[in-house]
Design a protein around this ligand. Sequence first.
Ligand code: AMP
Length: 474
Amino acid sequence: MAVPVDDAVSDAPKHFCGIVAMAFNSDVKYDLKKALRVIQHRGQEAAGIAVYDGKAIKYVRRMGLVHEVLAGPEYDAIAGNMGIGHVRYSTTGSSCAQNCQPIVVTTNVGDVALGHNGDLVNSTKLRTKLQNDGWAFLTTTDSEIIIRILATELTQNPDPVKAIRSTMKCLDGAYALVFAIGNRVFGARDPLGLRPLCLGKLEKGYSLASESAVFDILQGEFVRDIAPGEIVEITSKGFISHRASTPAHTAHCMFEWVYFARPDTIMDGREVYDVRKKLGQVLAHEQPADADVVIPVPDSGRANALGYAQESGIMYEEGLMKNRYVERTFILPEQAKREEGVSLKLNPIRSTVLGKRVVVVDDSIVRGTTLRKIVQMLRRAGAKEVHVRIGCPPVIAPCYYGIDMKTRDHFIAAGRTFEEIAELLGADSVGYTSVKGLQSALGLSEQDLCMACLTSEYPTCVPGEKMRFQKTLI
Ligand code: AMP
């Protein structure tokens, strides 16, 4: 059987991005830039900031990395004591300058800027309704839908908190939001807490960010996570919390800990590095291997491999050299290009693998491209046996909440046994952490996690999919 090939490129923009907001007693522009550089891993396609200069919201946003976009005359020309910033994840088909954020509009209560991380599941319905009401759209993003709804709400009720609350009632799906509304700055998190957002105190004021590592690097303090369904206003002196909803359960995206977030971030009370190491320990317990050496797939498999080595007692070594200047191979549009990209990105360290029984550990398998190439490389470098171990349970279902995982037939694990996957990868064996093992490493119950890509049970209504704890919607 052939390895699944993903040539069907989705045009829908995905919003697995990074956001920040700041309210200071002096210019925020430099710290917004620094913060966006800290979360650059959450998006490399485009970046931007919007600041309130005392009269209006001014912005700079473009395709490119943070240090490329936030430089030059346009950036030098803006200044303000409050503002927001955004980095955008790149997915094939969504690359276009119009889709850059923050998105800025003028309303009858003044300028409004929005940065959004996540995907709505009811965007088509909302967009159709707004278009029927006479709105015209400039972008294909969910974010424009949100700002149009907010603008309408602000027209009816100029209190920003009430307007944000009413806007949130219309939205279904995953969203962490930062807003500059005139001279005020707000953040909000979806009622299930699918996407992260946290609060920090910096020397010059308060800040919101997708990841807590921002506050460490800016010499500040992490205060707390924004609660699911909470709206927060930040000022230079403090913060004010407003509840939009109080959910019975949350649905934190497990993939943030598995792959997306920085290891030094603490998200919803759990350090990412610690969770990844525990995943490796659980994996060693659940899927042992008779082997001489444990090697990581750099960089995302490193903490998993370390945990695996510690728990199994098998020696940990670096076995693959990574070229950090090669682009993300995951998002390349064709299978041949992705395979070529993996070969350029990774090369075995011969002395580690020659004549050895090797356990190679990665954080996740989606299509199987990376691991299939790696197994070939390790064998060519003289590995006697290659055992693949994966920190995340098998990914078998699409994500509708912003992670770049497409239709079911692209997933190597969908409908296959571990033996069949091993055969496709050319490995001697394959083992994944179980869903129960994932929950124990996270210390969260299934009622508080989104594991839809592992279980096919979604925490919100998605037409044609089974809803968590409920029935399938047709
Ligand atoms: P694949 O080669 O398609 O099996 O993808 C798995 C590899 O890509 C692993 O090394 C992951 O660390 C990484 N990965 C998994 N999901 C994503 C994603 N949504 N975006 C980018 N990289 C990913």
